[in-house]
Design a protein around this ligand. Structure first.
Ligand code: FAD
Length: 414
């Protein structure tokens, strides 16, 4: 595949852009693959990419029932950070954040990674203590974070009101190397790189059954026919329970819709990402100028991928005390995605009761930031049977009671 470069843009400019190739092929499935990945979201594509790049395994198909990146990967609010509390989380999220730094160069695809900094506001004394604890834990883990006072918050975010009557800003957990990236570009960049390595990214191909013989996976049935495989990765976020059911096992997971919305575009007014867990909302400004706003999950399990009016009202109302200027903004669009939430708010990257079947799910409201690290670790698990980064995130932790409690870090959806 031809490389994207400034030279390529100049070359195509003089020949009326007639020489660009398809970014990825659109093949029909082969009869058999070494590895099939179900789900062409960021995590599935990153897993396939690292199988090829790190282990030379390229006889791989990524099967997607809709269009690639059309699940949560193309629906999130793009926040990237690694300021989690527990050591196993810090390891995988920080690996991921560091891979984002070079992703555009690694994939030869501009994912618009913008390390603009992320603040999690402390608006109660309980939160001050919680975030100070996280900052200490992060210092021990080698993750760059800092607890900052309200004046520093105001300096970083001039539009914020730090003297709110109910919830004044008492400080914040600041991660300067955190930020955002263009979510579609992450999916597209991985898909292009996978296709370039000879892998098949097959869209509109829904997996309807998982075939097993003697406790081992042998293939899948799909809307495009039966396909055999030696190993299978299930990477389907909100549909994890359904697809695990096809392989005959259950997951400790709930599927629930998470919504977000954007305002009309306005002049640049906020160049960091701000999250407010107490009032339950968060906000950043996109390159187009829209304020990107997220709130909490729906209060009941569901599979809807759409927005609802009460969420606009609840989320905007929650944020207005801290950001009075948004009371004058028109909201443009709203949407939802089905997120996969575990009891301890940590992911599952694991072998399963079926030999040859691996599962990657449970990223819930915060898995965009984890895409490259998760792909790196999942590829190692599939290729070698174990990975230091996934060890603590196995399904067994629910049986053994070894939870990785990240309910503070994942308190508000991001
Ligand atoms: C509104 C919203 C805001 C968010 N904000 C953030 C944020 O700011 N930061 C952050 O880190 N995270 C955020 N997240 C979470 C993040 O988007 C997800 O954790 C992450 O994208 C999950 O990626 P994935 O690849 O596992 O899943 P997905 O991108 O959902 O991909 C799974 C794919 O599997 C496919 N699939 C399902 N069943 C089948 C089948 N039977 N056969 C074939 N294909 C199938 C689906 O169509 C889908 O494309 C947010 C999520 C939402 C919804």
């Amino acid at each position: 595949m031809k490389r994207y470069s400034a030279f390529a843009i100049a070359r195509e400019a003089v020949r009326y852009h007639s020489g660009w190739e398809r970014a990825w092929h659109a093949p029909e499935p082969k009869a058999k693959y070494d590895v099939i990945i179900i789900g062409a979201g960021g995590h599935g594509l990153a897993t396939a990419y690292h199988l090829g790049k790190n282990y030379g395994i390229t006889n791989v198909a990524i099967l997607e029932k809709g269009w690639l990146g059309g699940g949560n990967t193309g629906r999130n609010t793009t926040i990237i950070r690694s300021n989690y509390l527990q050591d196993p989380s810090a390891a995988i999220y920080e690996k991921s954040r560091s891979l984002y730094e070079t992703m555009s160069q690694d994939l030869n695809y501009n994912v618009m990674f913008s390390p603009r900094g992320v603040i999690m506001l402390a608006q109660t004394h309980h939160e001050v203590r919680g975030y100070q604890r996280t900052a200490h834990a992060n210092a021990l883990q080698g993750v760059t974070t800092e607890f900052i006072g309200p004046e520093k918050v105001k300096e970083l975010v001039p539009i914020i009101n730090i003297d709110g009557p109910r919830y004044p800003v008492l400080g914040g957990l600041w991660q300067a190397p955190g930020g955002t990236a263009r979510h579609d570009a992450v999916a597209w960049g991985y898909a292009r790189a996978c296709s370039d390595m000879g892998m098949d990214v097959i869209q509109k191909c829904e997996v309807t059954a998982i075939r097993r013989e003697g406790g081992k996976v042998v293939g899948v049935d799909t809307s495009k026919g039966a396909i055999d495989c030696a190993k299978l990765g299930i990477v389907v976020a909100g549909h994890s329970g359904d697809v695990a059911g096809m392989a005959g096992f259950r997951l400790p997971i709930e599927s629930v819709s998470l919504q977000a919305l954007v305002s009309e575009p306005i002049k640049p007014c906020m160049d960091v990402v701000v999250m407010a867990n107490t009032v339950h909302g968060y906000m950043s400004q996109s390159d187009k100028g829209e304020m990107v706003i997220g709130g909490g999950t729906d209060g009941y399990n569901n599979y809807t991928q759409r927005g609802s009016f009460h969420h606009i009202e609840e989320t905007v109302r929650a944020l207005i005390e801290t950001f009075p200027m948004i009371s004058r903004l028109k909201m443009l669009r709203q949407w939802g995605g089905i997120v996969d939430v575990t009891g301890d708010r940590s992911p599952i990257l694991s072998k399963t009761p079926v030999d040859g079947v691996f599962i990657n799910c449970g990223w819930g409201t915060g898995g965009f930031k984890a895409i490259p690290g998760s792909g790196w670790a999942m590829a190692e698990l599939i290729a070698k049977g174990h990975s230091p980064l996934t060890e603590e995130f196995s399904l067994d932790r629910f049986r053994a009671g070894k939870f990785i409690d990240e309910s503070v870090a994942a308190g508000v959806a991001h």
